[in-house]
Ligand binder design. Structure first.
Ligand code: SF4
Length: 425
């Protein structure tokens, strides 16, 4: 049978969809492009913002329309957050748990031809085991090492849909990285819902894992997808200092550049702490790329708080900012707060901060013009190749090269969003 899989949201979702696809292939299913006419459609949904909710529903409806006889599986965070959601044409509803049981669930469905709603209100405590050896269509393989979060930032729905913090078995992570590097993946991206929290349930920690992973010979580059500033402790920084296998890029969500807003977001640090930690990191890696997430238009954010966010972003000198207009999430503390802003104000602030982000990004890119860097080739097109450096610069090479190759490049000029480079023959 032909299966089309559509994944919304984060790298954790992408990893889970990859595992689902591998399991289906192992059981004789054929993975097709989602837009094809398929016998089964699987939509791995996201619920981080209103936009992702609406997009999840739209993609589900598209699948139903594309082939009304198909079996449609709706799974993931949107389904978990909206357990009463019902759509004619959806046959299997799955939350954030049991995605690894997809083959059994399909067998059960095709045997009984009855709708399945595999949803639970119980808090998830077990880490759902998955293991991949390939990552279709990607040069850089993501590995999900952790799930869940207990920080309860007041704007965030994730703790309610992903449950408590739980980690993948330490040795299984090592084995998975070894398998993937053996299969030619030179860069591995460690991901999780709260990546830096790895190991809290296993009497170990993220630093121990990093320490072990950098010993893997075939592994060339290890990237941390995102980490909270509070998890960049001395041991993690020491590993960063001693191992250039760890990519020269950290994505550290700030969320707001004013202490007043950070407090009402229930974030676990203030600006002084954040800035001091960034200084510490830059002492170890002076030209490291530090990108971030920022929510604009949070309830109660006055114009002067927003201006403070701009000032803080410039002061820290982020290499890129992912900007999100505040999105009300049902059931979160922020939903009930006073001072919700008009969408027009949120949109306008997002526009202004994205402009600042582009400026800071180009400033950061210009620091590397004239420098020699190592690029991992990822995407060869007619006459040129794209790839990333360790500090996540997107380099455009004026030659068509094979993928998955590390090449030495001389960087010439910023042509946003690329930085142009010449192969160092
Ligand atoms: S740390 Fe905060 S923003 Fe991140 S997943 Fe947890 S609650 Fe959400």
């Amino acid at each position: 049978m032909k299966v089309g899989i559509y994944t919304l949201g984060c790298k954790v979702n992408m990893y889970e969809s990859e595992f689902v696809a591998n399991e289906l292939k192992k059981n004789g299913y054929e993975i097709k492009v989602f837009d094809d006419i398929c016998d089964i459609y699987i939509i791995n949904t996201c619920s981080v913002t209103n936009t992702s909710d609406n997009k999840s529903k739209k993609i589900i409806r598209n699948a139903i329309k594309r082939n009304k006889d198909a079996c449609v599986v709706a799974m993931g965070c949107f389904i978990e957050a909206n357990q009463d959601y019902k759509e004619d044409g959806v046959d299997i509803y799955l939350g954030t748990k049991d995605k690894s049981k997809i083959v059994e669930l399909l067998d059960e469905y095709f045997k009984n031809k009855e709708n399945i709603r595999d949803l639970t209100k119980e808090e998830q405590k077990e880490f759902e085991d998955m293991f991949i050896t390939t990552f279709e269509g990607r040069t850089r393989a993501f590995i999900k090492i952790q799930d869940g979060c207990r920080n309860f930032c007041s704007f965030c729905i994730i703790p309610y849909v992903r449950g408590a913090c739980r980690s993948k078995d330490f040795n299984k992570v090592i084995d998975e990285v070894k398998e993937l590097t053996k299969n030619g993946y030179r860069e591995i991206v460690l991901t999780g819902i709260h990546t830096g929290n790895y190991g809290v349930d296993l009497k170990t920690n993220f630093a121990n894992l990093l320490e072990e992973l950098v010993k893997i010979n075939d592994l060339k580059r290890l990237r941390i997808s995102s980490i909270e500033i509070t998890e960049l402790n001395d041991k993690v920084l020491k590993i960063l200092k001693e191992n250039d296998k760890i990519a020269n890029h950290l994505h550290i969500p700030l969320q707001a550049g004013s202490d007043k807003i950070l407090k009402s977001m229930n974030r676990k640090y203030d600006l002084e702490y954040f800035k001091n930690k960034i200084k510490e990191i830059r002492k170890i890696r002076p030209d490291i790329s530090i990108s971030t997430d920022i929510i604009v238009g949070f309830p109660g954010e006055a114009e002067k708080d927003f201006e403070e966010t701009i000032k803080t972003a410039r002061e820290i000198g982020f290499s890129k900012m992912h900007v999100f207009p505040y999105s009300v999430r049902k059931g979160t503390k922020a939903e009930k707060m006073d001072g919700h802003l008009d969408n027009s104000v949120k949109k306008e602030r997002a526009r202004r901060l994205i402009e600042v982000s582009k400026e800071l990004e180009i400033d950061y890119m210009n620091n590397f013009v004239g420098k020699e860097v190592e690029v991992l080739t990822e995407n060869a097109k007619d006459g040129y190749t794209l790839g990333h450096t360790s500090n996540f610069l997107l380099v455009k090479l004026n030659k068509k090269l094979d993928n998955d190759k590390f090449v030495n490049v001389k960087l010439k000029k910023v042509e946003y969003p690329y930085i142009l480079g010449d192969i160092d023959e």
